[in-house]
Write a protein that binds this ligand. Structure first.
Ligand SMILES: *Cc1c(COP(=O)(O)O)cnc(C)c1O
Length: 343
């Protein structure tokens, strides 16, 4: 049974699943999408031989809907999520879901569950999870004969406990992706590989894992399920890793633009060596769920490196956070095309 919006305390939400009244579904067979629209059940009956269960044909996206001070509901760069979903689909030989349909599906799902979009100022947002799976009868290794695309939503609070405070991260011996693997695609398999390192880090008291580059283990790649950045002490340069095995974050792309064009910082996509963290004053994680989460320290091979701002968010991390969230909630002017109204 789905939940009633009146029973939710939006200020106290964590990051958890809720069964809301409506979700979008679309079905693909013989080269075409059909039966596209809202459905009420959160269950999906599919063949036991679906490739999603056996061969990892399983891609997803993560986005949010934001309620502004004017009570209007906004999406942040949904065209970018549509493009990335289709890039992931091509990597796993799945059908694309056209960009206009993707945006319509997201808007319709948000509108149908509008009572659940948290109020402005509550600290919560509506998390949106589009995904696609391979289905149908198939047992040999190969792409599925059928597919399902779906979008479901739920209100969520902060991804890391404590919200906008500094967290401690730790490096892992494990990789989330291979040098020429699927790291740049948003595929479920990357997450399967990350469950153990993530759980190990959390059980040792860290917020999440810092992944090093899978080829040499000398450079930082990702911060758990978010992209990574540092601010160099010399010149306050904003630096974020460049690598073909990183998932290209839309938040990262946006922050690169804002750092350069709104804060006037020099920016670089380049190497951040794990043995050379002394050059940086601030560090953080960036993603839809993480927003901007300041990182206070990184422990590597048993030694904790503290950034200059290890107990409280640094000034530039804070300025970037305010700029980004100001745009997302409609309080600050957005660059052309970044904010899409749901109605
Ligand atoms: C989704 C994701 C991100 C963040 O991407 P956004 O578009 O900013 O939400 C970063 N890293 C990984 C591994 C991801 O799956």
């Amino acid at each position: 049974m789905s939940i009633d919006a009146k029973d939710i305390n939006f200020e106290e939400l964590g990051f958890g699943y809720m069964d809301l009244p409506y979700r979008w579904r679309a079905y693909w067979k013989d080269g075409q999408w059909y039966k596209e629209g809202l459905e009420e059940s959160n269950m999906i009956p599919v063949s036991e031989a679906s490739t999603a269960f056996h061969y990892g044909q399983n891609i997803f996206e993560g986005m949010k809907a934001y309620r502004g001070q004017d009570d209007q509901i906004r999406l942040f760069r949904p065209d970018e999520n549509a493009k990335r979903l289709n890039a992931s689909a091509r990597r796993l030989i799945m059908p694309e879901y056209p960009e206009e349909k993707f945006i319509e599906a997201v808007k319709e799902t948000v509108k149908a569950n509008a009572d659940f979009v948290p109020p402005y100022g509550s600290g919560a947002t509506l998390y949106i999870r589009p995904f696609m799976i391979g289905t149908g009868d198939n047992i040999g290794v190969g792409p599925a004969p059928e597919y399902i695309f779906s979008v479901f939503v739920m209100p969520v609070g902060p991804y890391f406990k404590g919200g906008f405070g500094t967290s401690k991260f730790v490096t892992s011996e494990y990789d989330r992706a291979a040098p020429h693997g699927t790291g740049a695609a948003k595929v479920a398999g990357n997450y399967g590989a990350s469950l153990k390192p993530g759980k190990d880090a959390k059980s040792e008291g860290y917020a999440d894992v810092v992944y090093l580059d899978p080829a040499t283990h000398t450079k930082i790649e990702e911060a758990g399920s978010a992209n990574f950045f540092v601010i160099e002490r010399d010149g306050h340069k904003f630096v974020t890793p460049a690598s073909p095995s990183i998932l290209p974050s839309i938040t990262k792309k946006s922050i690169l633009y804002l750092a350069e064009n709104r804060l006037g910082l020099p920016v670089e996509e380049g190497d951040i060596f794990i043995d050379d963290l002394g050059r940086y004053e601030e560090a953080g994680a960036m993603g839809t769920a993480a927003v901007i989460s300041p990182i206070g320290s990184i422990t590597h091979q048993g030694e904790e490196h503290k950034f200059d701002y290890s107990d409280q968010p640094g000034p530039l991390t804070t300025a970037l956070y305010k700029e980004l969230t100001g745009i997302q909630y409609g309080d600050k002017e957005a660059p052309e095309g970044w904010v899409v109204m749901v109605d």
